[in-house]
Design a protein. Structure first.
Length: 212
């Protein structure tokens, strides 16, 4: 077995205890990786990082108190050399873009095979980016895409809730015509043929979120 001083130290950050302990058990079978801490929230992660700085922070994006992208940015602010590898269930384009913009060096989904997760940890520990081909392709497709304005996101969220143009106008204190124009703009920017397809695309990309 590799000496502890030479092993890659990993901090696991996930709000689900089963996931944290499952990942720790998985890494225990690897001779070159050592789990030095686990945290269920961003605040716990900051404290664990201060207690024993890891080589890699393996972090989920959906957590209590502070979302993963904000946690990544704050961790990088506090510790500019921190290396973060995202491991999450969320594959929307916006999640990916925001995580990498916040400073993450890699992005993997939780259904990724063990050997690929291990490889990702090794890559990030060596200051290499870990972005699987299908995610890289999604990023390429995102470049140059017209972004929805904050108002358009609000409108599309209401469309997802089943609101008509008139109801949207009343809710946002705008005219019926303005509401209709916003909906048309959303369809155009998303390349959707109708309201349902626009909502489906926006949810997949992580632009809007249905109540869980």
């Amino acid at each position: 077995m590799t000496e502890p001083a030479q092993r890659i130290k990993v901090l696991i950050v996930d709000d689900h205890p089963v996931v944290r302990f499952g990942l720790r058990t998985m890494f225990e079978s690897e001779t070159n990786i050592l789990v030095t801490g686990m945290a269920g929230s961003a605040r716990e992660a900051f404290a664990e990082f201060d207690r024993e700085p890891p080589d890699v922070v393996l972090m989920d994006l959906r957590m209590p108190e502070m979302q993963g992208t904000d946690a990544i940015a704050e961790l990088r602010r506090l510790h500019p050399g921190a290396r973060v590898l995202v491991l999450t269930n969320y594959e929307g384009d916006e999640y990916i873009v925001r995580a990498l913009q916040a400073g993450a060096m890699g992005y993997l989904l939780k259904n990724t095979p063990q050997e690929e997760i291990v490889r990702g940890v090794e890559m990030v520990a060596n200051n290499q980016r870990c972005v699987p081909p299908f995610i890289a392709q999604r990023l390429v497709e995102t470049v140059g895409r017209d972004e929805l304005s904050q108002r358009e996101i609000e409108v599309l969220t209401l469309v997802a809730a089943g609101k008509s143009n008139k109801e949207i106008a009343q809710r946002l204190f705008i005219s019926d015509k303005t509401a209709r124009n916003h909906v048309v703009s959303c369809l155009t920017k998303l390349g959707a043929d109708d309201r349902t397809e626009a909502v489906t695309i926006a949810i997949r990309r992580g632009l809007i979120h249905l109540d869980e």
